[in-house]
Design a protein around this ligand. Structure first.
Ligand code: HXC
Length: 257
């Protein structure tokens, strides 16, 4: 399917989604978010896809939700259209999702990056929540995912002061997995996604689910859920294949069954 606000390509087992509204720094309009959700659902359903990369390309990730779209909205408009509820397709994606961030990842753009599973940052990347400067607060996870990632005090600075941080600081804070020259951000993210796509798909899916659950549940519940998923994986062909391949000193061939 052709999209208007994003590009979707395949690089072997990796789906690559590029936000594509360069004229407005990839501002995240409701139409773009709807297309993104649609594309992610399709990649999730495609057994040939093992992981995905989400990027804004070489210059900018996304400068936030579309301010022109929001400026004259009323509270009732916002409630009825549930602006940020539509973003749930991103967190519903069951395969590994790697963000490749160059330039600004601000407001909703930053929140979108924080919804991904790994983040590769170009040395030009800037992460921030400038909503405070517009008289609002983040609405797609910024006040919740920052403290869970970097702790309370940095999260307060980011959300209350509204000044972005650069890629190096983001790396030191544990917000990003790699910092690379901006020209290779997407290539590094695709390479990482390709490595992930070579892993056993069901194990990947349950590992992602378990790590995400760690941010939401008390330790005892998280451990119990992990244990059940661990036992469940012994019902898969991939577990037999993985362990036999190890013992036979060969590479495993995972099927996602
Ligand atoms: C709509 C935007 C936009 C945005 C930039 N543009 N960000 N349009 N929504 N979020 C448009 C500009 O109006 C301009 O259009 C063009 O993109 C280029 O931007 P400039 O400002 O000229 O570029 P520059 O001087 O390089 O400054 C870059 C910038 C600045 C620092 C990123 O654009 C900026 O501050 N943008 C807003 C960032 C922000 O506040 N984001 C949070 C949004 S609220 P024209 O037509 O003039 O060329 C949010 C809430 C999320 O995200 C809630 C949950 C979804």
């Amino acid at each position: 399917m052709e999209y208007e606000h994003i590009l979707v390509e395949r690089d072997g087992p990796v789906g690559v989604i590029t936000l594509n509204r360069p004229r407005v720094l990839n501002a995240l309009s409701p139409e773009l978010i709807a297309e993104l959700g649609h594309a992610l659902d399709r990649l999730d359903a495609d057994p040939g896809v093992g992981a995905a990369v989400l990027t804004g390309g070489e210059k900018v990730f996304a400068a936030g939700a579309d301010i022109a779209d929001m400026a004259e909205r009323t509270a009732v408009d916002q409630l009825l259209r549930d602006q940020t509820g539509r973003w749930q397709a991103v967190t519903a994606f069951t395969k590994p999702l790697v963000a490749a961030v160059n330039g600004y990842a601000l407001g909703g753009g930053c929140e979108l990056a924080l919804m991904c599973d790994l983040i590769v940052a170009g040395d030009t990347a800037r992460f921030g929540q400038p909503e405070i400067n517009l008289g609002i607060i983040p609405g797609a996870g910024g006040t919740q995912r920052w403290p869970r990632t970097v702790g309370k005090y940095v999260a307060m600075e980011i959300n209350l002061l509204g000044q972005p941080i650069d890629a190096r600081r983001a790396y030191r804070l544990g917000l990003v997995n790699r910092v690379v020259p901006a020209e290779v951000t997407v290539a590094v993210a695709v390479d990482l996604a390709r490595q992930l796509a070579a892993r056993a798909p069901l194990a990947l899916r349950l590992a992602k689910e378990a790590v995400n659950r760690a941010l939401e549940t008390p330790l005892s519940e998280g451990l119990a859920a992990e244990r059940k998923s661990f036992y469940f994986l012994f019902a898969t062909e991939d577990q037999k294949e993985g362990m036999r391949a190890f013992l036979e000193k060969r590479r495993p061939e995972f099927k996602g069954r």
